[in-house]
Design a binder for this molecule. Sequence first.
Ligand code: SAH
Length: 243
Amino acid sequence: MSKVYVIGIGPGEEAYMTQAAKDGIEASNIIIGYKTYINLIEPLIKDKEVIDSGMKKEIERCNLAIDLAEEGKVVSLVSSGDPGIYGMAGALLEVKGQRNSQVQVEVIPGITAVSAAAASLGAPLMHDFAIISLSDLLTDWEVIKKRIHMAGDGDFVIGLYNPKSKGRVTQIEEAREILLKYRKKETPVGIVKNAKREGEEVVITTLDKMLEHNIDMLTVVIIGNSNTYIENGKMITPRGYKL
Ligand code: SAH
């Protein structure tokens, strides 16, 4: 039966991918996705048809997946991490709704970047947290800034996605400035590049010094709350247990 799987492949290594994701890929005739992600799952794809698409063509990719499913194919649309977190799941369901298409859609979750990074840092997400994308391509920077203020004021641990790209460097600086209004400069900050995949780099620093380290689009940044501390090289946010 025609169907689109929206598959979260996790950080990239097969060990961190769910069996459901592997089964979805196995059951598909055609795999659609951005080349970097396709490369990460190369061994699973075998001789299936692969449609590689450029980064900025999300809506085209969704339309193509629905076109192929309507022709009777089973299609996998692959996303890194979790497809429902800044991934392809929303776009696909929006396009399906707009087209009034009857194709079946199944979203398969994956380990998202902040979860993978947290595991490598220790246990920084043990209390309430917020994740905020610093990309202002689809969201006004004013809205993003307001959310940083609110998360800062609410003492949430904060995970920052899309923190900095070649052409977009000031947002992470502004985010830090805002958070310094609510948090001490000694607040622990974890910076993880390529979490749970080849080339992983883990840095534990402070809100004061975080900009001295490499931050790019393959990086997620986790800023502690007022109780987060560092012990034996691990970043820990206490849950509140009496020890
Ligand atoms: N759907 C993805 C997020 C896509 S947004 C997920 O659930 O993880 C892209 C951003 O995610 C990147 O700019 C980076 O901030 C973060 N990211 C994705 N994978 C990562 C990884 N393995 N290590 C560190 N950051 C990662």
